[in-house]
Ligand binder design. Structure first.
Ligand code: MG
Length: 257
């Protein structure tokens, strides 16, 4: 099932994405998707809504340097163990929302990533139980102020500014994530193309690693790292992240007003 979150006429809801006679529709969900829920049967055309980040969570845990070719392109060593940092939930924007170029950077980069959405509260998850705590998968862009990342020891500003985590368009709950093509284009030109099979540390490794340290809650997001090909974004650019079996997340870069 594909689950989106959206607003229409000032109301916010989750909905299941379905084919309708005239295009995609959202069947409005009663309840929240991380617990028992029902489809209401009330449907609205996808074209009429504004898509929102398709999760309501407590945190975004992002893993860095999880594709060898990407670590090398920035001159970094491939880490022996998974390497995590946080992005705040306030950094999330949905499909079609603008990425606001912050005034304190002159070097914004795209990073196409598979995002894992957690479905249940968990800690110290053993490898064989990892599947049980995953709700689904979506596309994300770990937008990074690369110049700020290089000059500031902590990455809170470089990777945590508002709109630095476009995510969506929806969560796919039935997907084998082990070998999915992941692509990033800017103004239609391909910048990144890789496969989730190239991750150094698997999704199981990442969730075991982070839950050794902390509790994950339903709706929390795990960013799994980016393949090689990261590069600059400029005001006016349209950046699109496409992951096989999920869909495409598209955002335009604007100057922060
Ligand atoms: Mg990243």
């Amino acid at each position: 099932m594909r689950i989106a979150r959206f607003s229409i006429d000032g109301n916010v809801a989750f909905g299941a994405v379905e084919e309708g006679p005239d295009g995609l529709v959202l069947d409005i969900i009663k309840g929240i998707p991380y617990a028992d829920f029902e489809l209401s049967g009330v449907k609205v055309p996808l074209a009429k809504v504004r898509l929102l980040p398709p999760v309501i969570g407590n945190k975004i845990v992002a893993f860095g340097r999880n594709y060898a070719e990407h670590a090398k392109e920035l001159g970094n060593e491939v880490p022996d163990a998974p390497f995590a940092f946080f992005k705040p939930t306030t950094s999330m924007v949905g499909d079609g929302d603008p990425i606001e170029y912050p005034g304190f950077s002159n070097e914004l980069h795209h990073e196409a990533e598979l995002a894992v959405v957690i479905g249940r509260m968990c800690r110290e998850v053993p490898r064989e139980r990892v599947k049980d705590v995953i709700f689904g998968y979506t596309c994300a862009n770990d937008v990074t102020a690369r110049d700020v990342q290089k000059r500031e020891k902590q990455w809170a500003r470089a990777k945590g500014f508002d709109s630095s985590c476009p995510i969506g368009p929806w969560v796919e709950t039935e997907l084998d994530p082990s070998d999915l093509a992941i692509q990033c284009t800017v103004n239609g030109e391909q910048r990144q193309l890789g496969s989730t099979s190239q991750m150094i540390h698997s999704i199981e490794d990442l969730i075991v690693n982070i839950t050794e340290a902390m509790t994950l809650l339903p709706g929390d997001v795990i960013l799994t790292g980016t393949p090689a090909g990261v590069g600059p974004l400029n005001v006016g650019d349209e950046v699109a992240v496409t992951i096989q079996g999920i869909g495409t997340l598209t955002n335009k870069v604007i100057k922060r007003g």
